[in-house]
Design a protein around this ligand. Structure first.
Ligand code: PMP
Length: 436
């Protein structure tokens, strides 16, 4: 085992001091497995971090990336371009919810979120409604770590150290309801009543001052919170009625996680803007995108003529190497039917997850598509301790799961086989028993 040596690398999202005494270092990956630096195989129960939907080490992506670096390694993004993002945007809009057929490229989920919020604000201004500046997020929402994303997000640890954040932001109540919905398996109930909270915010501030509502159709980072039945549809009705834009953050639900290309399609609700990243390149090269309704784009294009319609972008927007990775990834998804695979496996997955009910300390199991959230009663000493212990022990047992607080999230690559589902749950179950 290589011990991570001293102090130059400041690790993201990690308790650096604790990590160095008990390091977990991955060295290579193939198919459903990571190999760590001691040569141990670890079954990937999280698709990396909700990214590697087609599994690891895909040769087609490696070759496409390598070819592209040799051909065109970079192209500037000011008043200039190259053919690949045009091709990729066309391919993305072909699998996107109907009408979301304009695409703005970014390099991450966080950038996609901040870009979507900026498009929403600039759209209203271009549309003659400059007073629409307020943004509405949701408690427990996660929208990355940009200042826009943490302002509309609702997870305390992402916000508390960073000052007053964006002004003019409100939060809908979160939709987790353990009292009425624990162990619901599939979508829980009472969605319409929870979405009605939006009317309260509209009454408070006036629709003419509200630009957009942003939600994850299914929250991942907060510990897999599923949309209660009717919730998303009711949000859509209320936003449409009041001329407020609806943004779905599909950074983790995009690319087949819940059995369709996007959760919007699975639950039959089309937003005005949709953010994605992660699975877009199978996690191989950083890239994100915002899918935008055509009429929004047209508003920018028909406004007063200026040198640049929307003054926003990144040095690496539509980077040639990222585009090559994404095109190869979309080919794999299509050839192997991976965007539909979560639906095929959903019944088996649900039954396997149901077997966890009754294990020590579990207070809820939530599942849809190829996702699950298993929530534990917090340890009396410390919130989050139980989740962290189960995560560490499962890793010891040879499988990767993700802890957020005291909830463990499972989101395996979509190539997973039934026997591997059994293997994942066996390692996880042993860890739950060992740490109880
Ligand atoms: N939005 C959601 C819903 C996410 O789950 C994430 C990352 N887990 C992000 C945004 C941020 O993505 P990134 O880490 O690529 O910036």
């Amino acid at each position: 085992m290589i011990t991570p040596s001293p102090d130059q690398f400041w690790m993201p999202f990690t308790a650096n001091r604790q990590f160095k005494s008990d390091p977990r270092l991955l060295e290579s990956a193939e198919g459903m497995y990571y190999t760590d630096t001691s040569g141990r195989q670890v079954l990937d129960g999280t698709a990396g971090l909700w990214c590697c939907n087609a599994g690891h080490g895909r040769r087609e992506i490696t070759e496409a990336v390598s070819r592209q670096i040799g051909k065109l390694d970079f192209a500037p993004t000011f008043q200039m371009g190259h053919p690949l993002p045009f091709e990729l945007a066309e391919r993305l809009s072909a699998i996107a919810p109907a009408g979301l057929n304009r695409v703005f490229f970014t390099n991450s989920g966080s950038e996609s979120v901040d870009t979507a919020l900026k498009i929403a604000l600039a759209y209203h201004r271009a549309n003659g409604q400059a007073s629409r500046t307020r943004l509405i997020g949701r408690e427990m929402g996660y929208h990355g770590v940009g200042f826009g994303g943490i302002s509309v997000g609702g997870m305390i640890n992402n916000r508390r150290a960073f000052g007053p954040l964006l002004p003019g932001v409100d939060h809908l109540p979160h939709t987790l309801d353990l009292q009425r919905n624990a162990f619901s398996m599939g979508l829980p109930e009472h969605g319409v009543e929870k979405a009605e909270e939006l009317e309260r915010l509209v009454a408070l501030h006036g629709a003419e001052n509200i630009a957009a509502v942003i939600v994850e159709p299914m929250s991942g980072s907060a510990g897999v919170i599923l949309p209660p039945r009717g919730y998303l549809k009711r949000l859509r009705e209320i936003t449409r009625k009041h001329g407020i834009l609806l943004i779905f953050d599909e950074v983790i639900t995009g690319f087949g996680r819940v059995g369709e290309a996007f959760a919007a399609q699975r639950w039959g609700v089309t937003p005005d803007l949709l953010t994605c990243a992660k699975g877009l390149t199978n996690g191989s090269v950083p890239m994100g995108a915002v899918l935008v309704a055509e009429d929004l784009y047209e508003t920018f294009m028909t406004g007063p003529e200026s040198a640049i319609e929307f003054f926003h972008g990144y040095t690496y927007s539509g980077h040639p190497v990222a585009c090559a990775a994404a095109l190869a990834t979309l080919d794999i998804y299509a050839q192997e039917n991976l965007l539909q695979r979560a639906i095929e496996l959903e019944g088996y997955w649900q039954e396997a997850l149901a077997s966890l009910q009754g294990l020590p300390n579990i207070i809820d199991v939530r599942t849809v598509g190829l996702v699950a959230g298993i929530q534990f009663a917090p340890h009396p000493e410390q919130i989050g301790k139980r989740g962290y212990e189960v995560f560490c022990q499962t890793f010891q047992n040879g499988a990767l799961v993700r802890a957020s607080g005291d909830t463990i999230a499972l989101s395996p690559p979509l190539i997973i086989e039934k026997a591997q589902i059994d293997g994942l749950l066996e390692r996880f179950t042993d860890a739950i028993k060992a740490t109880a």
